[in-house]
Design a protein around this ligand. Structure first.
Ligand SMILES: NC(=O)c1ccc[n+]([C@@H]2O[C@H](COP(=O)([O-])OP(=O)(O)OC[C@H]3O[C@@H](n4cnc5c(N)ncnc54)[C@H](OP(=O)(O)O)[C@@H]3O)[C@@H](O)[C@H]2O)c1
Length: 253
C-alpha cells in the first residue's frame, strides 16, 4: 500500500497559527514529520497546534518571525537549529489587507503583500535552502491562490504579489533541482477552515456554480495536497503550480 510517509523528516510551516497552516502542520505530523510551528502574533494558537502535534507522538516547537523584517527570519533559523533544520518548508503565511479596487487601494498595501508573498519565499530560501542543498534533499511547498490566475477586481495587490511569488519559485525550482530539492506550489480556492466551521458557513450561492466539483474545498483538502508534494511519492515533481479548488481555475498547458 502506498503511504505518505514523512517519518524522520522535520518540517517548518509558516503561518501555522493561521487557518490553513494549522491543518497543514497537523497533517504533516500525522504523516510522521516533526513540525516547527511558525507564528507572527498569535503565540497562544501556535502553542495549541504544537500540543496537537505532540499528542500525535511527534516533536514540535514554536517560533516567531515577521516576514517584513529580514533579521527575524535568520534569527528563526538560529532558534530552530538545535531542534533540527527543516527538510521540508511550507511557506504558507500571508498578511491581511483590505480587498478593494486599485484606485482605492493604499500603495502601502502593495508593498506589504510583496513582503508577505515574494520576500517570504526569498528569505525562507536564503535561510533554509543551503542546508537542503548540503544534504542533497529538500521539499519546498508554497501556498498560492486561485486569485493569482483569476486576477479579479479588488484583488490587485494580492494577485500581483502571489504572481511575483510564482516567478521566484519557478526560478528556484530550476536552481535547486540539481541538488535534489523540489519546489512546488498549491493554490487553494476559497477554503472552509476552523473559523468558518465555528462561526457558520457562508451560503456560497455565487461561488458553487463556478466549481466543477460542486463544493468548496476544506483545509484538509489543501493539507493533503501539501503533504503529497512533501512526500517521496512526489519526488519527480518540481516547478508545479497545483490548483486545489475543485476545478474552478485550471492552469494552461
Ligand atoms: N483561506 C482561504 O480560503 C485561502 C484561499 C486561497 C489561498 N489561501 C492562502 O493560504 C495561505 C493561508 O491562508 P489563511 O487563510 O490560513 O490565512 P490566516 O488564517 O489569515 O493566517 C495567516 C498566517 O500568517 C501569519 N502572518 C501574518 N502576517 C505575517 C507576517 N508579517 N510575518 C509572518 N507571518 C505572518 C499569521 O500569524 P499570526 O496569526 O500568528 O499573527 C497567520 O499564522 C495564504 O498563503 C493564503 O494566501 C487561503
Amino acid at each position: 500500500m502506498l503511504q505518505l510517509d514523512l517519518k524522520g523528516k522535520t518540517a517548518l510551516v509558516t503561518g501555522a497559527s493561521g487557518q490553513l497552516g494549522r491543518a497543514i502542520a497537523r497533517t504533516l505530523a500525522a504523516c510522521g514529520a516533526d513540525v516547527i510551528v511558525h507564528y507572527f502574533h498569535n503565540e497562544a494558537q501556535a502553542q495549541k497546534v504544537a500540543e496537537d502535534i505532540r499528542a500525535l507522538g511527534r516533536r514540535s516547537m514554536t517560533v516567531q518571525a515577521d516576514f517584513a523584517r529580514e533579521e527575524t527570519v535568520f534569527a528563526m533559523r538560529d532558534k530552530v537549529a538545535p531542534f533540527g533544520l527543516p527538510d521540508i518548508l511550507v511557506n504558507n503565511a500571508v498578511s491581511q489587507y483590505r480587498w478593494t479596487t486599485l484606485l482605492e487601494q493604499d500603495t502601502a498595501d502593495y508593498l506589504d503583500q510583496f513582503r508577505s508573498c515574494v520576500m517570504q519565499n526569498v528569505l525562507m530560501a536564503k535561510a533554509f535552502a543551503p542546508h537542503m542543498v548540503e544534504q542533497g534533499y529538500g521539499r519546498i511547498v508554497a501556498v498560492n491562490t486561485e486569485c493569482a490566475i483569476e486576477c479579479a477586481p479588488t484583488q490587485s495587490a494580492y494577485a500581483a504579489a502571489k504572481r511575483g511569488q510564482d516567478g521566484v519559485l519557478r526560478c528556484l525550482a530550476r536552481e535547486l533541482g540539481p541538488s535534489g530539492v523540489t519546489v512546488n506550489q498549491v493554490a487553494p480556492g476559497w477554503t472552509i477552515s476552523e473559523r468558518e466551521r465555528e462561526n457558520g458557513l457562508d451560503p456560497m450561492a455565487h461561488y458553487l456554480p463556478l466549481v466543477p466539483l460542486g463544493r468548496r474545498g476544506t483545509d484538509q483538502d489543501i493539507a493533503n495536497a501539501v503533504a503529497f508534494l512533501c512526500s517521496d511519492l512526489a519526488a519527480f515533481i518540481t516547478g508545479a503550480f497545483l490548483p486545489v479548488c475543485g476545478g474552478k481555475v485550471m492552469t494552461s498547458i
